[in-house]
Design a protein. Structure first.
Length: 589
């Protein structure tokens, strides 16, 4: 109900119109029983057809008004319902844009899409339309009950006393419907997750001939969904059967008592015909309301899943209205920085580093040493467990995320391109940039080297995820996109990992050129690309084990020297690199 009121509030005018049409649609319901009684008790016994003309004219007029009002109500109700679905999906999508990256790591893509589409549709059926139809049924029930009591007080009270049995059936079976509905929604999300994962994994599926495995996996997930749907359908059938049993028994009781009253000359045939007719107008709304209640129970399962998204805490809720961070001018300082993805397994342990503005530094180390985690903390993807990151003595965690990310340009290891053109993908770095500015950074990143050979040049579509381009071409576009932001802080997460040695040298030269005046922080395994950097920090198992220039670290014969030897030649005898590095990290820890 809270959700309904929240999303229906912008459509108050349409709701008032719907209410008016509901009242008009009840005209036929109110007129029919009294006119029926008049026809059977007065018009037919009179033997004059003229006595029938007036009542039939009234019924025809009431029917036309009711039909027109019902059609208009259905149209406006559908419009409001669709608008509510749109608003709810838009709000969910907006919320997803502000959730932390850790939330996405815990939720599968297909499951999230299932919440946004199938679950929202289920909630729309259970709340938006149910609420509107429910109001109409309540009005119809109230009006029909008054008419029924007016026709015969005793029979009317009997029917009204028996109708709570329908509510008892709903109360007894509603929880079961809710549980089974939640299972259906969860299985639907899992099935969509299997399909989405298979779509993304097509190269692996084809390369390793996994078609049979994937078919079986999808088939099992599909069968689980069918089983859950079958259980929900069967339970719904028992629900409907229970309601039908109560309604039929009540109809038979009223018919038997009514006939007895006629024999006793305490009721008329016309009155009984009218009463049994209007009794349907009482029982039908009650049965419909229990059915709507079942829909609400079913929608509750979907609503629980939606609330997990809508109620998820966005990034840094405590920083709402935080002051903007200054543009990096003096230094970026990392003090005792610690972070863990899971308790007891630190990804970073007390890292300290001072990076002068305009300098070029690199963080290197074995896989899993915490290099990419450090970049994620610098970008505000996570808050540290301990320690601080400051820009010119301003704590990053206390500043606004927009001011932090507004001065950062980043090139990720896994480059993602949107399904648009080369030009549009580069322009995402700064949507207000002119074509000349886009092409300038494209030339700086070497994009023009391959774009010139494409049929449409910079306007060539790249395909979904950039599938129509090579890994190196996608990486160049990503570099151009980062440069277009004119960042004060340039972050490179394995920016040259997808490039061949010749292209790597070109990109390294380019980055050196465009990096002038910018602070560049690189994370890389390719040590040849950072030999001329101002400072190199070596991480092992989340701890900083040494720092210095390439020459200093090479001469020191420590962790960096061993990593360099691994890439340039055989490792020193008797020094298993990984074991030695872990031992050093343990000593520092």
């Amino acid at each position: 109900m809270r959700l309904s009121v929240r999303y229906l509030r912008p459509y108050a005018v349409q709701e008032v119109e719907i209410f008016v049409h509901m009242l008009l649609a009840l005209g036929f319901t109110l007129a029919y029983p009294f006119i029926t009684r008049y026809i059977f008790d007065t018009a037919l016994p009179s033997g004059r057809f003229s006595e029938m003309v007036g009542p039939f004219a009234i019924l025809a007029g009431a029917f036309v008004v009711s039909l027109a009002a019902g059609l208009r109500r259905s149209y406006v109700s559908a419009s409001v319902s669709l608008a509510v679905v749109r608003d709810l999906r838009n709000e969910m999508f907006e919320r997803l844009q502000h959730l932390p990256t850790g939330w996405f790591a815990r939720h599968r893509q297909g499951d999230v899409l299932g919440r946004m589409f199938s679950d929202v549709a289920q909630v729309e059926l259970g709340i938006s339309r149910t609420l509107i139809d429910g109001i109409f049924h309540v009005l119809s029930l109230a009006a029909s009950s008054l008419v029924m009591l007016r026709l015969h007080l005793g029979l009317g009270l009997l029917v009204m006393m028996a109708t709570p049995l329908l509510a008892l059936v709903y109360r007894a079976m509603g929880a079961g419907a809710r549980v089974r509905s939640l299972v259906v929604q969860e299985e639907s999300g899992r099935l969509m997750g299997v399909a989405a994962e298979n779509y993304q994994a097509q190269p692996v599926v084809k390369a390793f001939a996994l078609h049979g495995r994937e078919r079986d996996r999808f088939g099992r997930a599909s069968q689980r969904l069918v089983h859950a749907q079958r259980r929900l359908t069967l339970f719904g059938g028992f629900f409907a059967l229970s309601v039908s049993t109560v309604v039929t028994a009540l109809r038979l009781a009223v018919l038997a008592i009514g006939v007895w009253l006629i024999f006793e000359e305490r009721f008329t045939i016309g009155g009984l015909v009218a009463f049994t007719g209007v009794m349907g107008e009482v029982l039908n709304p009650v049965a419909a309301l229990t059915g709507l209640g079942q829909q609400l129970q079913a929608a509750t399962g979907a609503l629980v899943r939606i609330d997990e998204v809508m109620g998820a805490a966005p990034e840094r809720t405590r920083n709402s209205g935080a002051a903007a961070l200054p543009r990096l001018a003096r230094q970026l300082r990392i003090d005792s920085l610690s972070f863990s993805y899971t308790v007891g397994r630190p990804a970073l342990r007390g890292v300290d580093a001072t990076i002068a503005a305009g300098s070029r530094v690199a963080f290197i180390g074995p896989s899993g040493s915490g290099k990419s985690t450090l970049l994620r903390l610098l970008m505000g993807f996570h808050d540290p467990d301990g320690g601080t990151v400051t820009i010119d003595d301003h704590d990053v965690s206390r500043g606004s995320l927009s001011s932090l990310r507004g001065q950062i340009g980043v090139v990720f290891q896994d480059t993602f391109l949107f399904d648009s053109t080369i030009r549009e993908n580069i322009a995402l770095g700064w949507p207000e940039a002119s074509d000349a500015e886009v092409e300038a950074v494209a030339r700086a990143a070497g994009v023009d080297a391959f774009a010139a050979g494409l049929p449409l040049g910079y306007d060539e579509p790249v395909g979904e995820g950039g599938v129509r381009l090579s890994g190196g071409q996608r990486q160049r576009i990503a570099i151009a996109r980062a440069l277009l932001r004119d960042p004060s802080l340039l972050l490179l997460d394995e920016a040259t990992s997808a490039l061949d040695p010749r292209t790597e040298r070109q990109i390294v030269t380019t980055l050196h050129s465009v990096g002038a005046g910018r602070t560049t922080i690189a994370v890389t395994h390719r040590l040849t690309s950072i030999t001329n950097y101002d400072r190199i920090f070596v991480l092992v198992d989340g701890a900083l084990v040494e720092e210095g220039t390439h020459d200093q670290l090479s001469a020191a014969g420590g962790a960096y020297a061993r990593l360099w030897a691994e890439q340039r030649g055989p490792a020193p005898p008797g020094s298993p690199p990984q074991a030695s590095l872990q031992q050093e990290a343990g000593q520092l820890g």
